[in-house]
Ligand binder design. Structure first.
Ligand code: 5GP
Length: 217
């Protein structure tokens, strides 16, 4: 498939309450859609089993995080479940300046900050089909203890309400359908961008106006 060359990529923010399948959807999306790159966030939370520094997150202590925040190097940062998370401006810039689209898997507060800083960023919210399913998924994955799950459910109430402000909402009932819908959003956005970038100029070329017989009456 032809892809028009793009000077700067777009930012896609993907947010969801914990247990909505966001991480799986993002992984699938990146494996299916060319020209996407995941922005790796910084966090002060401890590393979980199997996670790699520099791949899943840049893991750091409060002091280092604070220094980065103070020097205004975060495009956005937020506290989630008592831990700090932030998106590095430089990391996002490195992606979009290559003409790739950046995927930011961040929370709703982060999404709102990105939209304020970069209004053309596309905000995509992933929702569980219903509340009961969300509860069940959080218990079934067996990663967190009951207290942590209750904390995540309380946060989910707030997050779901705030996702109402997002540009797009995708309900993750069937995983394959949800992945395909997020893929459509990315591809539709690219078609929109290509209206205003390369395609018209490429077709008309430099002599476009001369070929247009109506231009001189
Ligand atoms: P977890 O600790 O489970 O990996 O992530 C907890 C929450 O923090 C998730 O909603 C995740 O999307 C969000 N998150 C991860 N990185 C960032 C970030 O850089 N900024 C913000 N605002 N949220 C983040």
């Amino acid at each position: 498939m032809r892809r028009e060359s793009v000077e700067r990529g777009d930012i896609f923010v993907i947010s969801a309450p914990s247990g909505s399948g966001k991480t799986t959807i993002c992984r699938e999306l990146l494996s299916r859609v060319e020209g996407l790159s995941l922005s790796v966030s910084c966090t002060t939370r401890e590393r979980r089993q199997g996670e790699k520094d520099g791949v899943d997150y840049y893991f750091m202590d409060e002091v280092k995080f604070g220094k980065i925040a103070d020097s205004n190097e975060f495009l956005e940062s937020a506290s989630v479940y008592g831990r700090r998370y932030g998106t590095s401006r430089r990391a996002v810039e490195a992606i979009v300046s290559k003409g790739l689209d950046a995927v930011l898997e961040i929370d709703v507060q982060g999404g709102a900050s990105v939209k304020a800083a970069v209004p053309e960023a596309v905000l995509v919210g992933i929702l569980p089909p219903d509340w009961e399913t969300l509860r069940k998924r959080l218990f079934a994955r067996g990663r967190d203890d009951r207290e942590e799950i209750e904390r995540r459910l309380a946060a989910a109430q707030r997050e779901i309400r705030e996702l109402g402000r997002y540009d797009y909402l995708v309900v993750n009932d069937d995983l394959e359908t949800a992945v395909r819908q997020v893929e459509w959003i990315v591809r539709a956005r690219r078609l929109r961008r290509e209206r205003t970038t390369g395609v018209i100029g490429r077709i008309l070329g430099r002599g476009g106006e001369e070929k247009d017989g109506s231009s001189n009456g």
